[in-house]
Design a protein around this ligand. Structure first.
Ligand SMILES: Cc1ncc(COP(=O)(O)O)c(C=O)c1O
Length: 409
């Protein structure tokens, strides 16, 4: 067996993995030129945001798409459109970005974390069922790393109780679940167009829905609560200024047209690695269900303690020494514990709202016992960076290094 690079051996890979350069080209420049030539960069006067919404909706087979400024804004629009009440509860995923919790708290609603499936970064319906209360208004499953959540049991629970499902697809552009795009299973699908995402415009967000009323309210809330097009100004709801500008949409249009090819690469390379490490003792990575397509924002591996004689942290370090862009743990702990204002109930000054509030239905307290499976999945997670410029060679090197560090023959 070859000596590990971390112990002075020859690394599997001595050249860097392809950087994520070259996302933008002449087609992006042409769209930007057209946007500028309109003489306005305001979405209400220009065509690019409108066009991006139309093409995004078309791509997802959704009736409506509403562009906004970020994935965080998209989730907030969905909650505003649902008209959550202060003190309502929203079931959130433990493995998410801070942007998955902020919109809940901004609505003066209480984030209630549910746990993940065993060895998984994704929500588990059994835990969701346990955490539902009379006050639950919405469930926000996150398709972490482009791996779809098992939606059917969550949708069933929600439907029985009249609870909305908002899918957080920030990391899962164009992922398929049971042959349908993620984002089209629940009432609203929310996307981030932030730079690291499969569709990258620097910042940006998008909501998709088939529900006419939710779409109308999201549109109003995106535009400071204003209904446009009437002779008298009308503000039926409190909104935010979450309006996307024309430059962002111009790049979004060019990027959307390239997205198919790009997610195909992520899917293909991830698939090769998945097959290449099948059966290696101590390593686990999610398996697609029939009709699923993973679009791998990163490649997740659950590493059992002692695999190849390493802890998961040592395993990640050994992989990195082999020249693989690997790291340990992602967010380290569930977001409701990592995000201080939520953990410490410090959202609105010293009031304790929305938790210590007469409008809350029950006291929600957070602790390390909330999500043992998520804690375990994060502690054992080795994440390997992915991008759309990888080739079969990167997949081969990832497999060779994973096998080497795991001590597999
Ligand atoms: C799962 C998840 N939800 C929400 C967000 C928030 O998106 P944005 O950064 O565009 O606000 C992110 C961004 O990283 C995310 O990964």
């Amino acid at each position: 067996m070859a000596e590990l690079a971390i112990r002075g051996g020859e690394p599997v890979r001595s050249t860097p993995f392809p950087p994520r350069d070259g996302l933008y080209g002449d087609d992006d420049l042409e769209e930007l030129r057209q946007a500028l030539e309109q003489g306005t960069l305001f979405r209400v006067e220009g065509q690019k945001v409108r066009q991006l919404e139309a093409e995004f909706a078309d791509r997802y087979g959704a009736k409506h798409a509403i562009a906004c400024t970020s994935g965080t804004a998209a989730l907030h629009l969905a909650l505003m459109a649902l008209r959550t009440e202060p003190g309502d509860e929203v079931i959130v995923a433990p493995v998410t970005d801070a942007g998955g919790l902020i919109p809940v708290v901004t609505q003066n609603a209480l984030p209630v974390p549910a746990d993940t499936a065993p060895r998984s970064l994704n929500l588990h319906a059994d835990s969701v069922a346990e955490r539902i209360s009379e006050r639950t208004r919405a469930i926000i499953p996150v398709h972490v790393a482009g791996v779809p959540v098992d939606m059917a049991p969550i949708l069933e629970l929600a439907e029985e109780r009249g609870i909305a499902v908002i899918e957080d697809c920030a990391q899962a552009h164009q992922a398929l679940h049971r042959s349908r795009y993620v984002g089209t299973h629940g009432q609203v699908g929310c996307f981030s167009l932030q730079q690291s995402k499969q569709l990258a415009t620097g910042e940006g967000g998008m909501c998709v829905t088939d529900d006419d009323e939710l779409a109308a309210r999201m549109r109003i809330c995106m535009d400071k609560g204003w209904i446009r097009g009437r002779t008298e100004r009308a503000y039926p709801m409190v909104g935010q200024n979450y309006r996307m500008n024309e430059l962002t949409a111009a790049v979004g249009l060019a990027q959307l047209r390239k997205l198919d090819d790009r997610v195909a690469v992520r899917s293909h390379v991830g698939g090769l690695v998945r097959q290449g490490i099948e059966g290696i003792r101590g390593l686990h990575t999610p398996e697609p269900r029939p009709g699923d397509r993973f679009t791998y924002w990163f490649f997740p591996v659950y590493v059992e303690d002692g695999t190849g004689g390493h802890s998961p942290e040592e395993f990640a370090a050994a992989l990195a020494a082999e020249g693989i862009p690997a790291s340990h743990g992602y967010i380290g702990q569930p977001m409701h514990l990592l995000f201080g204002p939520v953990r410490g109930h410090r959202a609105y000054g010293t009031s304790g709202c929305p938790w210590d509030c007469p409008l809350a239905g029950r006291a929600i307290r957070y602790s390390r016992d909330d999500c043992p499976s998520a804690e375990d999945a994060l502690a054992h997670l080795v994440m390997i960076a992915m991008n759309e410029f990888y080739t079969d060679r990167e997949a081969e090197d990832m497999v060779t290094a994973l096998r080497k560090v795991a001590g597999a023959r």
